[in-house]
Design a protein around this ligand. Sequence first.
Ligand code: GDP
Length: 731
Amino acid sequence: MSITIALAGNPNSGKTTLFNAMTGMNQFVGNWPGVTVEKKEGALKGRNDVVVVDLPGIYSMSPYTPEEMVARDFLVQERPDVIIDIVDGTNIERNLYLTTQLTEIGIPVVVAVNMMDAVDKRGDEINAENMSKALGCKVVKISALKGEGLVELAKTAVEIASFGKTSPQHIFRGTVEHALAHIEEAVLHDLPDERQRWYAIKLFERDGKVAAKLGVDGARLAHIEQDIRACEAEMDDDSESIITCERYSYIESVISRCRVLKHANEMSLSDKIDLVVTNRVLALPIFVAIMFVVYYVSITSVGALATDWANDGVFGEGWNLFGAESLPVPGVPELAERFLNFMDCAPWLRSLVTDGIIAGVGAVLGFVPQMFILFFFLAFLEACGYMARAAFIMDRIFRRFGLSGRSFIPLLISSGCGVPGIMASRTIKSDRDRKITVMTTTFIPCSAKLPIIALIAGAIFGGAWWVAPSAYFVGIAAVVCSGVILKKTRLFAGDVSPFVMELPAYHWPVPRNIALSVWERGWSFIKRAGTIIMLASIFVWFTSNYGWSDGSFGQVDMSESILAVLGSSVAWIFAPLGWGSWQAAVTTLTGLIAKENLVGTMGVLFGVADEENSAAMWSVFAAHFPALSAYSFLLFNMLCAPCFAAMGAIRREMMTAKWFWIAVLYQCGFAYAVSLCFYRIGMFISSGVFGIWTIVAAALLVMFLWLLFRSDSGGSKKTGWNASAASPING
Ligand code: GDP
């Protein structure tokens, strides 16, 4: 009889090195059936009756990635005779997570602690005997690279394949064990004893695929659901997180029994920082505070000063370089004026340059200093390692709402630009999570939306401290609420995939890299101002200055222009939101070409270039927008469909036209509803205005709250079984 050895371990633990060392040239490479995951098999050197099967490198046996599915199906269904679990000895904290799962399957396990040469070099010690006792399985120390310990490993594996037994030593907390015992009793008593535990834990985690494989019927699922819920209520966490946390505390205890670090009590600075920064209680307030400071400083305080300087100086009157008496340096409008006079240009060209291009492009470019400050902060946070922590922290929170922390990375990227943000969602394996992320990621204000935020914060709210950060947090709230609402619908039924990411140690960023990142982002912003924004500004200038008057086409008053006619024909749509002027409607539409246009178009429409300084110029704009209308306008434009470039990305990532339209209509509908509720309820509270739209807004709000808090019928993880379970249980 031949013996099958399965080789399992984390990526980078040295599996390939070990496999090659064990099998030599006797390898067969193919694919696992139905997936593109590579399958390697080979006979153990000198033992043609022993087959080594190399499983894909995985961090856990969750049913989410193809690699995890392949590994777990093979182990649970094909049941090899023995598992060699290769563990990176320099990183046992992370590697043992998989080990705790492997020992529960009921197949003999031998843990191969690899990279012992590196461990020895550091002067650390790993006690194999103690580890073996703590885990309940054999442990052999090896160095795959140096070929040390491999003979003993192979011998041990072959030995325990026939006679060995692995009995998991890990005992979960009382309430969890209680639930597991109930599950075993209710649905698993027909299985051999040693296999029950793994299945019980998976059922406790509400693994629909396992439930389906076991053929557990709806009644029995409902029965064990009660046990799971009781445990969740007692531990105030969802069942999957409970298991994960318990595993980690068990791993800690295993490590404390078997490893001595040479520099034991010297916690690295990075670990010390993480004690605070990723602390369960403090993490979120710290994250909020950091993001608040970043947005406050770059948009409201320092950034606004810099932008005023740019607007008043470069794009305004100019400034005196060395005090009031010195030589004045003219601003761009003044220079352009002189140049146009010098060239003796026609009035229309003069108007095109000053009222069109300089007003539009200048309005956008005026925000460049704010952009640069923001980009600097984001690049710094990313480079020093904080952003990885942010994703980790957000995962804990997102998970409560049925979203995956993986969604946070696209969101983060979207704070620069939605297009790469949408593309980054490709890394999300779960189809449901990916679609939700693609649909919601542009709710986060991208850099092109910042000018309009800064403008409204400055011109309408007098630089109030809360406006800029609020736009960011509205974006996050929109993502979270959408996630909660969408995942409860049938369209998005499915599992939340867990999130494994390595946290790099904190380090001082290399200034050059930061400078590069800031420059790249900033330059692309400037380039867009010079290209697409310029074209759009020219378009807006032309259509807002020309039209038909008394039957002939020519320069007309703005209120009679083509743009006014176009704008007026759609303005009624936005009137209920508190900004029904044709200018606001047109601005919103040009925002679809590029979001910077929101400011560029306003610059042209409100004749910004004519005014003397930035305060006066935007006061014209402020007069147009009462505070509530302005914030409602901001909300709509933050949340509605993104620019065409981002819509193109959505179309590509969604693959089908149907899903593209679902995404865009959802975004616009959501934006409309939020703005309507905000404006109408705000008007009612602040000035008692009541009407049919107030009722509509109230009804929408109630519906929104209902969608948000209703129990889950879509089959998400938290309150039900995923769709592939034998029978979903409704809340
Ligand atoms: P896999 O991703 O698990 O297949 O890992 P590989 O076999 O590709 O190994 C990852 C890295 O670890 C490679 O650079 C190997 O050379 C190195 N490596 C593997 N085994 C050992 C070992 O025993 N000691 C040391 N120092 N390095 C090793």
